[in-house]
Ligand binder design. Structure first.
Ligand code: HEC
Length: 141
């Protein structure tokens, strides 16, 4: 091969590269579109989950806790608390606050109704079913 790099070689690399990456882009888009529905748990998105999310937001739980790794680092991760603790523990825990245990960080009492507690549990259940590829790695945050 000679040492010269001609215009037509440059053009071929340009067109070849463009076609290659367009095809790669289309293949990856197709792959994403076929994979996403399998990850989705939108079917579990009930009204109770939506109401629970509202309770979560209006009481600023995220001001102390993380949910799937996002939020504040004062208190444990709650994205997986439904699986770690179960619904009854969560409700009893929230009603029993503050513990007043010496040397432990405290959580306030939010005076939630039974309905709000049930909705919150539904929201935490939904959150625990989101496929996150095991994120966050430290289960209690
Ligand atoms: C002012 C900070 C603060 C706020 C706001 C807060 N928490 Fe907490 N929460 C804590 C602390 C601190 C702990 C851990 C206490 C301990 O382990 O003794 C905790 C623990 C928990 C636990 C038990 C976690 C586990 O791993 O066992 C649950 C469930 C929980 N909180 C739910 C909530 C919900 C739901 C809200 C919103 C309605 C909320 N928290 C708002 C501080 C807070």
């Amino acid at each position: 091969m000679s040492g010269t790099f001609t215009k037509s070689m440059a053009r071929n690399i340009f067109y070849g590269g463009t076609v290659f990456f367009i095809l790669l882009f289309l293949a990856l888009t197709f792959d994403t579109q076929t994979t996403l529905p399998k990850r989705d748990n939108r079917a579990n998105l009930t009204d109770a989950v939506a109401r629970g999310k509202k309770v979560w937001e209006t009481n600023d739980c995220i001001g102390c806790h993380t949910l799937l790794g996002e939020g504040a680092y004062f208190a444990p991760e709650l994205g997986n608390v439904y699986k770690r603790r179960g619904p009854e523990f969560i409700k009893a825990w929230i009603q029993a606050q503050p513990t007043g245990a010496p040397g432990r960080r405290q959580m306030p009492n939010f005076h939630l109704t039974d309905q709000q507690l049930d909705d919150l549990v539904e929201f935490l259940k939904y959150s625990s079913e989101i496929k996150t590829n095991n994120w966050p790695p430290n289960i209690e945050g």
